[in-house]
Write a new protein. Sequence first.
Length: 304
Amino acid sequence: KRVFVPYEIGYWYGTEASDIVRFGIGFNTSIRARFSLITYSKQFFVQNCAWQGILGMAFYMAAMPIDRPMEPLFDTVIAKTHIADMFTLTLCGPVLKSFKNSSDTDGGVMTFGYIDPFQFSGPIYYTPITHPYLYQVQVKDIAIGDESLPFVGSVSIDKVQAFVDSGTTNLVLPAPIQNAIVRYLLDYLPTAILDRISPEFWEGGIMICYPYNQVPWKYFPYITISLELAKINATDSFGTGAFDLIISPQQYLKLYQNHYIDGMPCFAFGILPADQYRDVVMEGYTVVFDRKNFRVGFAVSECS
């Protein structure tokens, strides 16, 4: 059967199929799962990427197509193997060649059914999933440098719901909040830095390139995103009922992997406007998708 799946931007067509999926590590088993073979897409995959498909890990409520949703692969795995209803992602992201060791990876680690303690250090702080569709959580505050953004235009920060979404390349914010961050950066950054940056950079339209030893990370401020603290962490000393995710300049100045101009690495601005908030501050964290208890956890990853 033909399948059509539209998104906020872009869409794809495909054909229903099934195949055998074998897991040889952890639980030695094979299952038959349903898939869609993507035969045509538009504005869906990143241009010139080498991706071959997507693996949907959201709840069944988000399954597509709407008229005859396919059981997500992870739901099938849980039903057939009886592992815990959780998975983790540790996304490491690309590394500058000058800083890369032979053991470094541009990828990461994904676990099914358990939490690998060797992927992170320190505690895991959980935030409740507010709606079991995508991994939607409550944002309590956003700050850039020393400036909190509790209310911007018509958007009240504590009313903003975020999607913790590994499938979105950038940190996507409501337009008034993204505009406020850009205005802060235009006031904050030294003139010598701003003189090299075109206005299109802040819109994600062009990149900036620097020699390895001149990337101006130290001039860009940190961004802090506060999330509601789940009850499991209630014994910790958080008077505000929230915990903070720290977003470094290395996270929101996105290194374009294997893209160099005159031997210089190039970067794109990874904070873009949209109608909804999507969060890929996952790089630098081990993220626990605890579906059974409707919560998402964050811990500092070993590749942060």
